[in-house]
Each structure stands twice: as structure tokens, then as C-alpha cells.
Write a protein that binds this ligand. Structure first.
Ligand SMILES: *Cc1c(COP(=O)(O)O)cnc(C)c1O
Length: 217
């Protein structure tokens, strides 16, 4: 494993696919320890993704203080309190009870992505497309929540056309929400793309990619 080479190659690939739009590379460190996370930091990575509170807190403790942490997994309401002071953004907002708890526990505005189940797969977390606008509208009652964008995971398929269509649909939905111009929901960002599909995601407008395997393998 060469972390330096992995980071170099992923950054290069991002640059080849992104056109004008800035893309933030989130290194997903859920499957590795603080040593590997620190090696990523040494290569200039500042955004880290974790899907469990324990993993996030461990990395917070072991990384320099300018590292930023993105919570990307399904979040139990009772765990919000543990992570709320340490997150740069929560990518998995998917229900009102979670919004309410984040609002209650936060003492600053928390940037959130609403997770959308674009493909409608039963196994996937996230709101159905039709639920997104009413849900976001409802979030205006929570002063500590700012919806900065939408997040999705592509369906499990090899079919590039299906994956691309998923990302494109999320992008359209993002446009619909941002056009509503809710003060609490600027909704300009798209969190989409993982190791296997991030080039497609970037071509479809991703502004945050969440990449684990190809960085840490
Ligand atoms: C694990 C995970 C990733 C990274 O996946 P890789 O295939 O390892 O790049 C991205 N997003 C979420 C929500 C994840 O759980």
C-alpha cells in the first residue's frame, strides 16, 4: 500500500473529470486506524469520512486539529450527542426525529446533506425523491440545521448508465430544491461518488466525493 501514490492518483483522476467545479475529496477512513488516517493527512487530506460515532471520535483524538470530519453513515438519534461538536457536516440526514435531535444538541449551525434513495432500492437508506422537498421545508423549524446539499449512494450494479442516471436525478433534485431558495436550505452541494463510481459522479456534478477503498488499499 502506498498512501501517497493512491492520493496522487485519485486527485489526478478527479482533476481529469471535474471541469470547472471544485470537488472536495473526503477520505473515508471507516475501515482503517488512525495511523492510516494520519498518513492521508500527511498527503494533504483534510476531510475525513466516518460512518460510526466510535470511529469518528477515535480519529478526532488522533488527528491534528484542522482535520474535518464528515459523518456519512446512518446515525442513531441517541448517538447524535457524542459527535455533534466534532462534525464538519452530516451527510445522512434522513428523518425528522434526527433533525430534531441535531437541532437540540447543537450549539452552532450544523451543515447537513439530506440523504436520498434515488434508485428506490429497498435496502438503501434515505428519503424517497418525492419526500425530499416536504422534508426540507419542514426543517425550517430547526434553527441549528442548514441543508447544504443532497447525498446519495448509487445502486449496486455494473450498469454505468443506471449509475449515471441515479447521479443525474440527484443533481436535478438538487436544482429543484435550490431554486426554492429557502434561507435554511441553500442546497448547492452534491455528495455522491465512491471508489467504484466517483468519475461518473463528478461528471454529473458531484462537489463532494466519499472515497475509501482506493485510497487505503
Ligand atoms: C464506505 C462508504 C464510502 C466509501 O466507499 P468505498 O467504496 O470504500 O470508496 C462512501 N460513502 C459511504 C456512505 C460509505 O459507507
Amino acid at each position: 500500500m502506498s498512501i501517497a501514490k493512491n492520493v496522487f492518483e485519485v486527485r489526478q483522476t478527479i482533476d481529469q473529470h471535474r471541469g470547472e467545479q471544485p470537488v472536495t475529496l473526503i477520505a473515508v477512513t471507516k475501515s482503517v486506524g488512525p495511523d492510516v488516517a494520519n498518513a492521508l493527512y500527511a498527503e494533504g487530506i483534510r476531510d475525513f469520512g466516518e460512518n460510526r460515532p466510535e470511529g469518528l471520535l477515535e480519529k478526532v483524538k488522533e488527528l491534528p486539529s484542522d482535520a474535518k470530519f464528515h459523518f456519512i453513515g446512518s446515525l442513531q438519534t441517541r448517538k447524535v450527542r457524542q459527535i455533534i461538536d466534532h462534525v464538519a457536516a452530516i451527510h445522512s440526514l434522513d428523518r425528522s426525529s434526527l433533525a430534531e435531535e441535531i437541532d437540540k444538541r447543537a450549539d452552532r449551525i450544523i451543515d447537513c446533506f439530506v440523504q436520498v434513495n434515488v434508485s428506490g432500492e429497498a435496502s438503501k437508506h434515505g428519503l424517497e425523491k418525492e419526500e425530499v422537498v416536504p422534508f426540507i421545508e419542514n426543517c425550517k423549524q430547526y434553527p441549528h440545521i442548514r441543508i447544504i446539499g443532497l447525498m446519495t449512494m448509487a445502486p449496486l450494479t455494473e450498469d454505468e448508465a443506471v449509475i449515471r442516471e441515479t447521479f443525474r436525478n440527484l443533481s436535478r433534485l438538487r436544482d429543484d430544491v435550490s431554486r426554492l431558495a429557502y434561507p435554511h436550505a441553500p442546497c448547492m452541494e452534491l455528495s455522491m461518488g465512491m471508489s467504484n463510481d466517483y468519475t461518473l459522479a463528478i461528471e454529473e456534478g458531484a462537489s463532494f466525493v466519499r472515497i475509501g477503498t482506493v485510497l487505503v488499499q
